[in-house]
Design a protein around this ligand. Sequence first.
Ligand SMILES: [Zn+2]
Length: 133
Amino acid sequence: MQLLAELEARRARLFERLAAVGDFRRGSVSENWRRCGKPSCRRCAEPGSRGHGPRWLWTRTVPGRGTTGRQLRAEELGKVRAELESYRRFAALAEEIAEVSEAICEARPVPAAAAGQAPDPEGQKRALRSARV
Ligand SMILES: [Zn+2]
């Protein structure tokens, strides 16, 4: 029971940290430069020139719907990068919460009503066999 209480306290602290993460978004920011291809363009003709830019793009992959995104204004960059960083904190905490929650599931005893039921010996053997694989 001591273990269960400790795990529950740990999960509660993780949920508090999760609530404090704030705004977050998925995806990434890319910096893009482009050559216009016009022979008269002085910017593209400069030695070592990357062409026109930068243009910043926020993109993210939506499962089943491909990649989505939009161009960012220069003044948005810091905000969007901080939101992307917040998502990494959110995802790490969510993963940690899932692990603690699974440990809680394993530590929590079966409710009294269900514990009174007779175990199925064949089912137990099957579970042991599959666990060894
Ligand atoms: Zn150009």
